[in-house]
Design a protein. Sequence first.
Length: 107
Amino acid sequence: MSRDEAYREARDEYVAIRELRKRNWIAAHIRERRYELELTQKEVAERAGTSHSFISKVERGDHIPTIPVLKRILAVLDEELLIGVERRTPNEEPEREVAPAPELAAA
């Protein structure tokens, strides 16, 4: 691939990611991070213990994974899922608290 082709491909990918972010922030984030790491959907799926079609649906914004699956996907992308709470008080800056997502026990 020539340098110009690689530039156009990257530009087009980031345009698509920006559009996706308007509809589904999580999908856009996963797609962008995977692209940055130069991983295929299949590689992410295998490492996260899920299917290629599942990752494709997530990246299209057609499916939101459960928290345990999202944690596995993000781990493959060298990231950690955080859970946050924001307290809003009129005329004051929001107060935020963020922590790693807890491990979920099987019911």
